[in-house]
Design a protein around this ligand. Sequence first.
Ligand SMILES: [Zn+2]
Length: 387
Amino acid sequence: MWGAIEHLGRDDRTRGYLRDAWSPADLELRQWFRQEAAGRGLDLREDRNGNLWAWWGDPSERPGVVTGSHLDSVRQGGAFDGPLGVVSAFAALDVLRARGFEPGRPLGIACFTDEEGARFGVPCMGSRLLTGVLDPDRARGLTDDEGDSLAEVLRGAGRDPGELGRDPETLGHVGVFLELHVEQGQDLVHRDAPVGVASAIWPHGRWRFDFRGQANHAGTTRLEDRDDPMLPFARTVLRAREAAERGGVVATFGKFRVSPNNANAVPGLVSAWLDARGGEEAAVRALVAELVEFSGAEVSAESWTPVVDFDVVLRERIAAAVGGAPILATGAGHDAGILASAGVPSAMVFVRNPTGISHSPDEYAETADCHAGVTALATALEDLCGS
Ligand SMILES: [Zn+2]
């Protein structure tokens, strides 16, 4: 399975992945998912928000145990974030069938749409729409770098954007959700363990800062006559780092756009995106409030996810089932967090990442650790589906 998808959306110059939601690469990956489901005789359903579900058994009779992840990537991302969870889900199902296991309740494999938010700015778009925490009107109006709205992009992909929104019927099929994911950190390296189980996801959010000035000629405009928004932006980047260190949180300006974006022009507008996360919501909120005040920019909140504590009974059960795996918190958001917040008992299994690097072509997991992840997932599914 890995060999069938590893070239899709890969930039051969950097080895990084470009798998924006609804891009040609994403559509090919979705097609691959459909083929894998069909090859196993699973019942494939696409919900109103573009999420894919492959079912072994009928979840309308009884809510099922679902596992899966996403196939889109951040821009220039790695191969494992997302696809490892989907490939491992199919592989775990194969392991269970090879053992002759017959599930006592339906078993589903999910592929969530646009988890990374690389194209439209809102992460976990598919699960946020499904659970109703993202307003469908707002989603339809989000635009990508080309200025195309999600509504237009969906129509181009043959979907009806009018369908977007909370989908209690689909959500009702998910009795338990379990997401396997490459670790985005080095906890498991330090603990010398190939797999771990998540305890919580830190509260996190994204904010857009628009710094406005006056575009002008870089040669003829005297310094004292300039209104250059790059300067307050640069000060704000440095302030974010200081405030994060002071507050014991993390803050990142990882994306910005300059207008007009000419080497010989003073910019007229700098739009920048702040990502802030931490163990304590109050500390994250305090950092953002400080930067709003300091920057003088127009600031809009694009997304916010409160702390997610995964189901304690479920996570202990899974940790025990896979031989006493360590339990760790993460600063990364996931669809499992969105489902947990919507009341679906959810858990995550992490697979060791030797360098901890993620959202980069250097993201990696050893094959033996990936196999340990599949075994852990199969064991957990066997435990959860048997009851
Ligand atoms: Zn991911």
